[in-house]
Design a protein around this ligand. Structure first.
Ligand code: MRU
Length: 349
């Protein structure tokens, strides 16, 4: 299994996703600031992986404090959480994970728990999130695998695989599960300009599993759909609003429109930690603007003229009306999503 991130005695070890697929290199983050840097620079990326990394960052910052009492440490804890929360704005899993660590700290501090004991409990909480993430991917894979055709082409955008989670993946987990169910799936991976998560990461991890995969440039999807080569689309999500609008990698919305036009089902797979019932619609989801050099340059080579205007939003929002189903570890949700999401939340309480 691909180990996207691992806890070690020296800190968090990340498989460096900026180097894949040419090099399988690892980065050790031995401070919480280094964890934050790994998230910003996309050494680790993908909503669930970012969330669990931040949880480990909080645990790491707590383990390394020079403070000796919970009271003395409290302001530093806030600072650690704020630094990690300031890394990337769109994936709600980041804030979900940090809030969970904050809630545990507040409970333990309120009970007068000694700092040494809190350190162990925060690390245990991060380990729990890691294990839960893999279990959620497996569960949504089983639900989603049923939805895919027994034989056919499945298009995915970006990388919502083992590399974007603690293992198995969301959208790629659905594909893996369909393959495990005996379905004959051929994956079409959008290259996903500008960071090329599809061409570099999805292709790499599916090839490692022996799942037939073809990389296409983002502008080829319509043509392949028209040619009858794609029977379903499955993508991940960074944040799902209360009405079912989905923020995901820039270009996802294009794919959803194309799928609608060609009568192809468009599935979104995401764990419940990606669902943000506090955000009413996609309009309120903050969209990260990434550095211009990701568009102007590729592997150090300049592609665009000096001084030209550049726009680099990392995500877009697909309106709920384009989504055939949302696959979670709790089950498959259908429209109207405002109702099905709320009901599923109530049932799980
Ligand atoms: O900018 P990235 O690579 O972090 O964006 C990742 C995506 O958009 C994924 O599709 C999403 O986080 C879901 S990952 C299971």
């Amino acid at each position: 299994m691909i180990t996207t991130l691992t806890w070690t005695a020296d800190g968090v070890r990340f498989l460096d996703q900026t180097k894949l697929p040419l090099e399988e290199a690892y980065v050790l983050a031995s401070t919480y600031e280094e964890v934050a840097e790994a998230i910003v620079t996309m050494v680790v990326r993908g909503a669930p992986a970012i969330g669990v990394s931040a949880a480990y960052g909080v645990a790491l910052g707590t383990l390394k404090t020079k403070a000796t009492t919970t009271h003395e440490f409290a302001p530093e804890f806030e600072q650690i959480c704020a630094r990690l929360a300031g890394t990337r704005p769109t994936a709600v899993n980041l804030f979900w994970a940090i809030d969970r660590m904050k809630a545990l700290f507040a409970t333990l501090a309120g009970l007068g728990t000694p700092l040494e004991e809190i350190k162990g409990k925060l690390l245990a909480e991060a380990h729990a999130m890691y294990a839960e993430d893999i279990a959620a991917c497996k569960a949504m894979g089983a639900f989603g695998g049923e939805l895919l055709p027994s034989d056919g082409g499945v298009l995915t955008h970006c990388n919502a695989g083992a590399l974007a989670t603690c293992g198995y993946g969301t959208a790629l987990g659905v594909i893996r599960s369909a393959v495990e169910q005996g379905k004959r799936i051929h994956v079409f991976a959008d290259e996903t300009r500008p960071f090329l998560q599809g061409a570099r990461l999805t292709a790499w991890e599916l090839m490692a599993d022996g799942i037939p995969t073809t990389v296409i440039c983002d502008n080829m999807a319509a043509s392949l759909m028209r040619a009858g080569r794609i029977q379903a689309v499955v993508v991940g999500a960074d944040r799902i609003a209360a009405n079912g609008d989905v923020a995901n990698k820039i270009g996802t919305y294009n794919v959803a429109i194309l799928a609608r036009e060609h009568g192809i089902p468009f599935y979104v797979a995401a764990p419940w930690s990606t669902i943000d019932l506090a955000t009413a619609t996609g309009v309120a989801i903050p969209i990260e603007e990434r550095p211009q050099h990701e568009v102007t340059h590729h592997a150090g080579t300049q592609l665009t003229p000096n001084g030209v205007g550049i726009c680099n939003p990392a995500f877009d929002v697909t309106p709920a009306s384009y989504i055939t189903a949302i696959v979670t570890e709790r089950g498959v949700l259908r429209a109207p999503y405002a109702e099905s999401l709320r009901e599923m939340e109530l049932v799980a309480r």
